[in-house]
Design a protein around this ligand. Sequence first.
Ligand SMILES: N[C@@H](CCC(=O)N[C@@H](CS)C(=O)NCC(=O)O)C(=O)O
Length: 214
Amino acid sequence: MSDHPMLCLRYFPFPGRGAAIREALRIGRIPFEDVHVPPERFREQKAAGTLPFGSLPVLDVEVPAGHVSAAQSNAILRYAGRLAGLYPVEDPVRALKVDEALDLGEDLYHIIGPSIGEQNAERRMAMRKVLAEDTLPRWGDFLERLLVANGRTGFAVGDSLTVADLKLYWIIDKLTNGSLDGIPTSVLDAFPTVLAWRENIKAVREARLAAAST
Ligand SMILES: N[C@@H](CCC(=O)N[C@@H](CS)C(=O)NCC(=O)O)C(=O)O
């Protein structure tokens, strides 16, 4: 029998804020039920008030004392990171830097969120133009400087994979994979350390996921 509590992760059937959590648990070989909630089911759950803050992801944890449900992707990711050995529990300063990077990831989701919610195509493209030409290059520079300050190790914090890399990897993927119309895949090409970090994390994640699945 597993030493870990029974876990159930509820999220939409796309990467979004769920991918980093799914990958942290998989890399750590932590068993969990990966529930993909279709949009219509999400609307039902939201209307029924069964989601802590009316959003996903939600992690359900079965402990001897009972059942705990928690929302907030960064809180869930830190918990997953502690279980998986991808969060520096023994080093408060390093943990501070991981937390900083996780919140940087959330800031980026909030920066692109309004344009994703904008239904009017003309207004959406106007928002995307500002994002592509001004906002995202500015934040790309913040990330570049964070990675340079960490010594260009290929990781966001220290010299090994943490949940900070997984969080940032998936938001940077969203910004550069061409799925946001009006945001060119080259939007972060001016930042060599970001590009090198992204390639490194892509390879490290794939290797760790492959190793964990054997
Ligand atoms: N601060 C929350 C934000 C959660 C959030 O906005 N989730 C989105 C999906 S990534 C969602 O559920 N959107 C649908 C809605 O809010 O109606 C977190 O980090 O988990």
